[in-house]
Design a binder for this molecule. Structure first.
Ligand code: DAS
Length: 372
């Protein structure tokens, strides 16, 4: 694993092990006031960062049953029976927000906090957050974190006020994975419903079921049973992309029946610096869109993904105008095995890691290549 560039976002300069007082000055960062708590004295150490989401949501006082993210990370940790038998968990609240409000800038700070914790010697890291965009945030962390130790993202489908709330079980399983030497070198993982998923493949494929997270490309890497991690397949660590400038705006556009391409034509004028286009099936668009798209390719990198969300974008099967052969020959980049959401995360990070278009395109290709 290697990395490009160096991060200018090293905002959290304090050591993980210093006292709570040392965290009180958060003026150089918009990270929320930090709470810091530990459980147990197990030999394994796991850092847990709370960002909010359903797992940390509770009905607002005097309100209806509607919940808002409000719980501190240490409260989540304390709600998990038997956690101390797995690891000593050191928790900090970084945000209490809905995942809809998480930005790339937030993720750069989370990545800095993770590097800080890893530098202090923890065995692994857990991030708790809203589940709605875990498939994007976990993949961003996959590309931002430079360490072999496990980084595990989890959340909950049912908030703690509901019967059968899944947050505590998900935290327990996530901590087990974060503490496990077996999970090293797999990049960022997502643990939900006792399943271990690779960040590069996992998707939220149901709105409310506990089994909402699936990896349509290859299935989960493994499962957690009785606190033990069982891995059945492995993935390679990815090259990383360190942010060095302002976040590059990248659009994700899905090609639809009867599309004429007017949305993609508007993108350069809207300030976008990149486009991921989800084409039909193997990577196809209506012929009428092709010339419009060629104009966009002249202005910015354009990635071709499939709106099916699984499989590998074709390269040499169809030759009609608007086919994958046609589009790739016109300078579009293949998303390979990445779905549109993940291709957009990768393109955003490579464009943010260098101002050179050729370099960003070769970095994107390297990520696609490494995933296979
Ligand atoms: N859907 C909620 C969750 O799963 C809200 C969110 O993503 O913040 O946590």
């Amino acid at each position: 694993m290697f990395c490009w560039g160096s991060s200018k976002h090293a905002m959290i300069q304090v050591s993980w092990n210093v006292s709570r007082d040392a965290f009180s000055d958060s003026s150089s960062s918009n990270i929320a006031a930090i709470d810091f708590a530990t459980t147990s004295d197990s030999t394994k150490r796991v850092a847990l960062f709370g960002l909010g989401g359903t797992i940390a949501s509770w009905p607002a006082q005097g309100a209806s049953t509607a919940v808002i993210p409000s719980m501190e990370a240490n409260t989540l940790v304390e709600s998990v029976p038997g956690l101390e038998s797995i690891a000593r968990v050191e928790s900090r609240t970084l945000r209490t927000m809905s995942s809809a409000n998480i930005s790339f800038a937030d993720l750069f700070e989370v990545a800095d906090a993770i590097h800080e914790a890893l530098a202090s010697g923890v065995d692994g890291v857990v991030v708790t957050q809203g589940t709605d965009n875990i498939e994007e945030t976990s993949f961003a962390l996959d590309l931002l974190i430079r360490d072999e130790r496990p980084v595990v993202v989890t959340g909950a489908m049912r908030n703690p006020s509901l019967a059968g709330a899944d947050g505590p079980a998900n935290i327990r399983a996530a901590v087990a994975v974060a503490a496990s030497p077996l999970a090293r070198g797999l990049g960022t993982l997502v643990v939900m419903n006792d399943e271990v998923h690779a960040a590069r493949f996992v998707r939220k494929t149901h709105l409310s079921k506990l089994s909402a997270f699936t990896s349509p490309q290859c299935g989960p890497l493994g499962i957690v049973v009785e606190g033990r991690v069982h891995l059945y397949t492995r993935v390679e660590s990815l090259v990383t992309a360190s942010p060095v400038g302002d976040v590059a705006p990248v659009a994700l556009v899905r090609c639809v029946l009867g599309d004429d391409g007017r949305i993609v034509s508007a993108l350069p004028g809207l300030g976008y610096r990149g486009l991921v286009l989800e084409g039909f099936g193997g990577g196809h668009i209506p012929e009428v869109m092709v010339e419009r798209l060629v104009e966009v390719v002249a202005a910015m990198p354009v990635v071709l993904a499939s709106r099916t969300g699984a499989g590998v974008v074709l390269e040499s099967t169809y030759g009609f105008a608007g086919s994958e052969v046609d589009l790739l020959s016109r300078g579009l980049l293949s998303a390979g095995s990445l779905d549109g959401l993940k291709a957009r995360v990768a393109l955003t990070l490579v464009l943010t890691s260098t101002g050179n278009r050729g370099e960003s395109e070769s970095r994107f290709r390297a990520i696609v290549e490494a995933i296979g």
